[in-house]
Design a protein around this ligand. Structure first.
Ligand code: OSB
Ligand code: MG
Length: 368
C-alpha cells in the first residue's frame, strides 16, 4: 500500500442540542476529516480532537499541525504491506494519538476496500450487531434528564450513562434509580473528583451502578487504584488509558475493572486491538466510547466494536441523536433491540456524502 495524497478538511457540524460534561459544553463541533488516496482508493478517517484542550491536550489545531508537519512526511510515498504497520511508523511522534488515529484508521479503511472486506472482518470482528447505550450530558433540570432517559429507553437503547460533576451526582442518580429501578445505569465524571471525595463516591454504591467512569485525574492511574479498593462499584477508565502500557498498568494495579476504548485516544485500530486483546486475556470487559463523532468516526467505532470482548454496550448511538443530517449514507441507525448492525459493505461500509462534506468545509488543504 502506498499513500499518494491526503486531503485535510475541517468541517463544522452543529449538535442538535448542546452536550455538557464536567469540563464544559459542546455545541458547534469542529471536526477534522482525513481523506487519503492510497493506491487510488479513497479512504477516510476522523480525528476526535475537540475544540478545546479540556478532555485531552489535543485540539483541532494541534491535530492539523501534527498531521500536516509530521505524520504526512513520515508516511507519504512509503510502501507498506498492511495498515497494521502504520502505528509503528508513527512512533517518532510522541503522543498526539487523535492526530495519528485520523490517518491510521484511514489506512484500515483502504486495506479493507482493497481486499473487498468489511472493516469489521479485517479487524477480526466476531459480531453481526453491537449493543448500544447512550451518553446523556448534564441537563439543566431533573425533569429534562428524566425525559432524555425516557426517550432513549423508548428507542430501545440497552443502557444509560449520565454525566456527573460535584454538586450534580448523588441526587440525579438517586432520582433516576427511583424512577428506573431496573435500568442498566452508569455515570461518567470526566476527572471531576479527587481521592478525598471517596466518601461521596462511596455513597453511589447504594444505587448498583454498572460502573463509574473516570472519577479522578486524567493521568492518575495510581489514585484510581486507591479509590477502587474503597468502592464496590466497578471503576471504568477512559481518559487515563492512552495505550496498551497504560491498560497493563491499570489492570495490574487493579485501578479499574472495565476499560472504555476510544480510537482517537489510543491512536487507531492497531493500538485499540492490542488493548482489547490484553483486556480479554485478563477478563476485563471493554466498550467503545464516543467523542460526538460524525458518521466517519462513528463507522470506525462500529467496526472496532465488533471485536469479541466489546461485551458491554458502548456510547456508539444513532446519527439522529446528534445531527439533523449526518455526512454518511446511509446514516447510522439503531434497532428496536438497541443494537447497530455491523455493515457488510467493504471498508467502513458507509458512503461519505462528498457534496455535503464540501459544503460544511471551513478549511481544506491537499498534500501530495
Ligand atoms: O467522556 O465519554 C466521554 C463526549 C466528549 C468527550 C468525552 C466524552 C463524551 C461522551 C459522549 O460521553 C459520547 C458520545 O455520545 O459520543
Ligand atoms: Mg468518558
Amino acid at each position: 500500500m502506498r499513500l499518494r495524497k491526503i486531503t485535510l478538511r475541517e468541517i463544522h457540524l452543529r449538535l442538535l442540542s448542546p452536550f455538557q460534561t464536567s469540563f464544559g459544553t459542546s455545541d458547534l463541533r469542529r471536526i477534522l476529516l482525513v481523506e487519503a488516496d492510497i493506491d487510488g482508493v479513497a479512504a477516510w478517517g476522523e480525528s476526535t480532537a475537540g475544540e478545546n484542550p479540556f478532555y485531552s491536550y489535543e485540539t483541532v489545531e494541534t491535530a492539523w499541525l501534527i498531521l500536516h508537519d509530521y505524520l504526512w512526511p513520515l508516511l507519504k510515498g512509503r510502501e507498506i504491506a498492511s495498515a497494521s504497520e502504520v502505528w509503528d511508523l508513527l512512533a517518532p511522534v510522541r503522543g498526539h494519538n487523535m492526530a495519528k488515529a485520523a490517518i491510521e484508521t484511514a489506512f484500515w479503511d483502504a486495506e479493507a476496500k482493497q481486499k473487498n472486506l468489511p472493516l469489521a472482518k479485517l479487524l477480526g470482528g466476531a459480531r453481526d450487531e453491537i449493543p448500544c447505550g447512550v451518553s446523556i450530558g448534564i441537563q439543566p433540570t431533573m425533569a429534562g434528564l428524566v425525559a432524555k432517559v425516557d426517550e432513549a429507553l423508548a428507542a430501545g437503547y440497552q443502557r444509560i450513562k449520565i454525566k456527573i460533576k460535584p454538586g450534580h451526582d448523588v441526587e440525579p442518580v438517586r432520582a433516576l434509580r427511583e424512577k428506573f429501578p431496573r435500568v442498566r445505569l452508569q455515570v461518567d465524571a470526566n476527572s471531576a473528583y479527587r481521592l478525598e471525595d471517596a466518601p461521596l463516591l462511596k455513597a453511589l454504591d447504594a444505587y448498583y451502578l454498572v460502573m463509574i467512569e473516570q472519577p479522578l485525574g486524567w493521568d492518575d492511574i495510581f489514585s484510581h487504584a486507591q479509590l477502587q479498593r474503597q468502592l464496590q462499584t466497578p471503576i471504568c477508565l477512559d481518559e487515563c488509558i492512552h495505550g496498551v502500557e497504560h491498560a497493563r498498568a491499570a489492570i495490574e494495579t487493579r485501578a479499574c475493572q472495565i476499560i472504555n476504548i476510544k480510537l482517537g485516544r489510543v491512536g487507531g485500530h492497531t493500538s485499540a486491538r492490542r488493548i482489547h486483546d490484553l483486556c480479554q486475556a485478563n477478563s476485563i470487559p471493554v466498550w467503545c466510547g464516543g467523542m460526538l463523532e460524525s458518521g466517519i468516526g462513528r463507522a470506525h467505532n462500529i467496526a472496532m466494536s465488533s471485536l469479541a470482548n466489546f461485551s458491554l454496550p458502548g456510547d456508539v448511538s444513532a446519527s439522529r441523536r446528534y445531527w439533523a443530517e449526518d455526512i454518511i449514507q446511509p446514516e447510522v441507525e439503531v434497532t428496536r433491540q438497541g443494537t447497530i448492525r455491523v455493515p457488510t459493505l467493504p471498508g467502513i461500509g458507509y458512503e461519505p456524502r462528498l457534496d455535503r462534506i464540501e459544503s460544511l468545509t471551513k478549511r481544506r488543504e491537499v498534500l501530495d
